[in-house]
Write a protein that binds this ligand. Sequence first.
Ligand SMILES: Cc1cc2nc3c(=O)[nH]c(=O)nc-3n(C[C@H](O)[C@H](O)[C@H](O)COP(=O)(O)OP(=O)(O)OC[C@H]3O[C@@H](n4cnc5c(N)ncnc54)[C@H](O)[C@@H]3O)c2cc1C
Ligand code: SF4
Length: 508
Amino acid sequence: MSTLRLILGDQLNPCHSWFTEQDDKVIYTLMECREEASYVLHHGQKILGIFAAMRDFAQRLIKEGHRVHYLTIDDATNLHHLKDNLLQLAKLYQCQRIEYQEPDEFRVDRLLSQLHEEFAGSVSAVSAEHFYTDRLDGLHFFNKKQWLMERFYRHMRKVHGVLIDEAGQPTEGQWNFDEQNREPWRGDVPLDKPTLIMHDHQALWQSIQDAGIKSMGFVDAEHYIWPLNREEALIYLERFIEERLRHFGRFQDAMVADQPFMFHSLLSFALNTKMLTPREVVERAVVAYQQGDAPIAAVEGFIRQILGWREYVRCFYWAHGEHYQDSNYFNHQRELPEWFWTGKTNMRCLSQAIGQSLEQAYAHHIHRLMIIGNAALLMGLSPQAVSQWYLGVYIDAFEWVEQPNTLGMSQFADGGLLATKPYVSSAAYVNRMSNYCKGCTYQFKLREEENACPLNALYWHFHYIHRDQLMKNHRLSMVYRQWQRFDEAQQQAILQRAQTLLTNLQTC
Ligand SMILES: Cc1cc2nc3c(=O)[nH]c(=O)nc-3n(C[C@H](O)[C@H](O)[C@H](O)COP(=O)(O)OP(=O)(O)OC[C@H]3O[C@@H](n4cnc5c(N)ncnc54)[C@H](O)[C@@H]3O)c2cc1C
Ligand code: SF4
């Protein structure tokens, strides 16, 4: 009895138990489907990276003695739809069984769970053997409406014994070292560009274009930088641990013009495609701490992102169901201004953050949250349009992680299920954490004038128009007290300036 096993483009884990034995009766399949590459407008680097990594993975399996049927984008027999391809291959190899690893998103999960309706044999799913948590763990863990990440994270530290001492207490006596972290970068630590592996994938990029797949962003297929297999991902991990981890916490929120990567790990693509497991990355960071290669504040700050945030948003995604994607608490409806696709805006912080997103398919979390997400929320852009853009543009964007981060954390579209208050700021924050304001057309200290930073008037306008929804939030009482301190003429001038900006977003 033959079995057809599907490997999705984000399931490139060569250590999965599927591959421990070679079996002639098992056929593995990977497929480059037009449907998967086009359900949202993806960055070209993302399509190229996933296809190149899939090809690399298929070659590895063949070398290890497995049987593989690989469908390239230009294969005449490719039906470009997961289900149709599976049924066709099952017939070709006379398979009585189709197996797949649990996918990470509702759309593909639904599609694969409906396979049995058209396939006479058996269909079954196995774990992808990647995350610390199971899909539905969040449902058991949280019983309140609000999901507090900090509680989840401490639970995870205890259960998995990560940075916990023999007495069961957090290493060095604290769960959180935020007060030592999150400084702006002032030049006292050299900011060397990370050493990257370069790949030449011009031929593959050409066939993607020949297949008519539309994409966004800039692609230099001759110098492709993202890791494309487990070995390269391990090299990226080691380089991060050796070169940048010790400064990670301190500068994790810092932004510097023309420095997209700062001290970040660049591991999200490798993690989300499962070339690396979160467990091994966390364990490697703990070893760095134990060997004295990085201070606790940096290591804890890094581990919090993976053991905490990453697992948390996954539990959140599966617990909140498919309708979560329609959340729009503030009923924001504006379409994205054209500069989201070009980076050409006079607001330097946005031209930098969007520009590097289009150029590298990457931005670190503060660019995503406090520059682009902040502006989108203050400008009242449709959270669904914003979410589609994020899902397309970033190399690491997969729905399970992108949606809670964009709709929940960044756009507060769920009304506070994930975040306790909207993450918004005026120019003061941007000026404190970056060097963007110095070279900007706008003046970060001004509010109502024609050359005033747009974020300042928009910040007050946002709080003013949503006062019925936000005033009751005790974390915002300071903001509303400050608003009351403006006299009426000032308030009117601010609101007027905001209105002018909102009707002219394209030219900001
Ligand atoms: C609006 C918004 C959208 C985002 N969309 C995505 C997305 O589509 N895919 C994605 O992987 N991350 C997303 N993030 C989280 C974060 O920005 C990226 O994981 C990070 O920038 C990737 O770069 P890095 O690997 O250098 O991360 P580092 O800063 O070095 O962090 C280490 C790792 O921690 C994990 N991590 C950090 N923050 C988060 C988080 N908030 N949620 C989940 N995992 C986290 C990632 O796996 C990351 O590789 C988003 C954040 C925001 C604010
Ligand atoms: S002045 Fe305003 S728009 Fe310009 S970089 Fe600073 S925060 Fe951004």
